[in-house]
Design a protein around this ligand. Structure first.
Ligand code: GSH
Length: 246
């Protein structure tokens, strides 16, 4: 079988989630790092339904979205002699809530500050892997990229505060799930819920095993909160999960 290709943004937490699952399940694949705008062209060329990354291109078709990629990766685990992930109705429900709430609001909180107040933090990360021509094109298209992201993700000062509060409440919920004492969100082995929770907020706590750990930095206000939260149960658990399983 030809190696699958995973199309990603380096900075995207949903893409990190898909990468982690593929790595854990022993899948041999290529990573194609894309920059914004160029990604839409690639998605169209390969026949994806929308431009949202991650997209996994396999010899038997396109798999789009981190949850679907996790399920596919897990189906490959036995033939790669890997235990794979625990996936149950409960872990799927937790994953869905994390994708729809935590993932969206971590992103809106981060970009509401970084893209508007300090774009120098994100612009170089978007360009990683895109080559000289890609970097020039990204610079030329930068005002359009920023305007599109502000509109699509509904970024702004009030939204930054609102999303921070939602993220804080979601972390309280995760702390309460971890109070079960098993070291996992569901059951007593690593599940799709665990890697979803950890990957969707990992850049805030900067585990060194994260593929973008040496290129993504936090804007100042997010950084202050991240420092305050570093000692909480969830953050300690996340760092351990990355250390032991990533
Ligand atoms: N729920 C989806 C979310 C995917 C998503 O929002 N991807 C963003 C990057 S974080 C994206 O590709 N945005 C650009 C676009 O949609 O064209 C997943 O889990 O994969």
């Amino acid at each position: 079988m030809k190696k699958p290709i995973l199309h990603v943004f380096l900075i995207s937490h949903y893409c990190e989630k898909a990468r982690w699952a593929l790595d854990l399940c022993g899948v041999d694949y290529h990573v194609n790092l894309l920059s914004p705008l160029a990604h839409a062209k690639t998605a169209k060329q390969i026949g994806a339904k929308s431009s949202a990354l991650p997209i996994l291109q396999t010899s038997s078709g396109i798999i789009q979205g981190s949850a679907a990629i996790i399920e596919w990766a897990n189906s490959q685990a036995p033939e790669n002699d890997r235990p794979g992930l625990l996936i149950t109705p409960e872990s799927l429900a937790i994953e869905k809530r994390l994708d729809d709430v935590l993932g969206i609001h971590v992103r809106r909180w981060f970009y509401s500050e970084s893209l508007i107040d300090c774009p120098k933090i994100v612009k170089p990360v978007f360009a990683v892997g895109s080559g000289l021509i890609g970097r020039v094109m990204l610079s030329l298209a930068w005002p359009k990229v920023v305007a599109t992201m502000i509109k699509r993700m509904d970024l702004g000062a009030d939204q930054e505060i609102e999303s921070r509060e939602i993220v804080a409440a979601e972390l309280d919920w995760l702390d309460s799930l971890l109070a079960n004492g098993s070291g996992n969100l569901v059951g007593d082995s690593l599940s799709n819920a665990d890697i979803t929770a950890a990957s969707l907020i990992a850049p805030m706590f900067g585990p060194s095993q994260h593929p973008a750990s040496n290129v993504v930095s936090l804007p100042p206000r997010v950084d202050v909160t991240a420092s305050e939260w570093r000692s909480r149960v969830f953050a300690q658990w996340l760092m351990g999960l990355y250390r032991d399983n990533r």
